[in-house]
Write a protein that binds this ligand. Structure first.
Ligand code: PBG
Length: 330
């Protein structure tokens, strides 16, 4: 006994054993809520490692199907597919993204044929992977990314992706009005059942750096005229309101860990499922620290994903999806 009276309350009582902690845990991770982003690249004969994302590769169609099956077997809830065309197939308007036989649409078709409805197949609906200038939209004579002409391309792309077999399309270009145009185009083409996962709060982030290597991006400059300023918070609620009005079935915040406040705001206001994207730079940071022995990778994976869920994400896109699912015993 000390000379002092004990503290009036003892929160530590609920932390005493693993079983107690498990009993009162408020946030549980489940593999079914994780989505694995994958890259499929045209013109390669085997999987290509991505230097800035150790452990992540650009897939051939064959290795993509194998990775998707592994994810499904581990219990992962879905996959988000990004296409990487050959450099010579890129042009100013991103035609290869509309081509039913273009790398992304062909991969979606293969995945849907091989996996059917065993998982949720999502497609990135954006132009940056397909344009020679690397922007997410069409560039006008003055060098500006033009909103409304880009929407017309997104509309056609959405239909091409739905026809290729995507269950969900994910417009990620941050053009105003993109969700409405995509929804209308899908409906007009008879794809009322295809969902739209809106990239609702997407910030102009340095954390996308490694992704640019992953998709062999040619972008010069930045995306600050269409992606959000990291300094702004209220704007995400405006983006949310618009996306919900326009018919988004799910909404997303991206990146995840540096934007947990935004995620929390969006989750509090959204009546559709909220996703968050743990992006390439978040992955690369953990890998870099772990490879130097500075951090324990597995703990960081679970802790970051738990934090993202705790802040309000129901679904998390993460390059660790299969890894995490296995850690969780899925
Ligand atoms: C745009 C898109 C990007 C990412 C996902 N979709 C790149 C960008 O906006 O610059 C980044 C994902 C990541 O960094 O993991 N098609």
């Amino acid at each position: 006994m000390t000379a002092y009276p004990g503290p009036p309350e003892r929160p530590r009582r609920l932390r005493g054993t693993p079983a107690l902690r498990r009993l009162v845990s408020q946030t549980r991770l489940h593999p079914a809520e994780l989505v694995l982003p994958v890259f499929v690249r045209d013109g390669i004969t085997g999987p290509e490692p991505i230097g800035s994302m150790p452990g992540v590769v650009q897939h051939t169609p064959t290795s993509l199907v194998a990775a998707a099956r592994e994810a499904v077997e581990a219990g992962v809830g879905g996959i988000m597919v990004f296409g990487v065309p050959r450099a010579q197939d890129k042009d100013a308007v991103g035609s290869v993204g509309l081509d039913p036989d273009g790398v992304l649409n062909a991969a979606l078709r293969t995945l849907r044929t091989e996996l059917g409805d065993d998982t949720v197949i999502m497609s990135d609906l954006c132009l940056d992977e397909f344009t020679d200038h690397g922007h997410c939209g069409l560039v006008d004579d003055a060098g500006r990314v033009d909103n409304d002409s880009t929407l017309e391309v997104y509309a056609r792309m959405a239909v091409a992706q739905a026809e290729a077999g995507a269950h969900v399309v994910g417009p990620s270009g941050m053009m105003d009005g993109q969700v409405r145009v995509v929804r209308q185009a899908l409906d007009a083409a008879g794809h009322q059942d295809i969902s739209v996962l809106a990239y609702t709060a997407k910030y102009a982030s340095g954390f996308y750096g490694p992704f640019r290597e992953a998709v062999a991006s040619t972008l010069q400059g930045d995306r600050a005229t269409y992606q959000q300023d990291p300094a702004n918070r209220a704007e995400s609620l405006r983006e949310l309101r618009l996306d919900l009005e326009e018919g988004a079935d799910m909404v997303m915040v991206k990146p995840a860990l540096p934007y947990l406040d935004v995620l929390s705001d969006v989750a509090a206001q959204s009546d559709v499922p909220v996703a968050a994207y743990q992006v390439s730079g978040e992955y690369a940071m953990i890998e870099a620290a772990a490879s130097q022995g500075l951090l324990d990778r597995d703990r960081m994976v679970i802790e970051t994903l738990t934090s993202i869920r705790r802040a309000g994400a129901q679904v998390v896109l993460t390059y660790y999806a299969t890894t995490a699912a296995r850690l969780l015993g899925g």
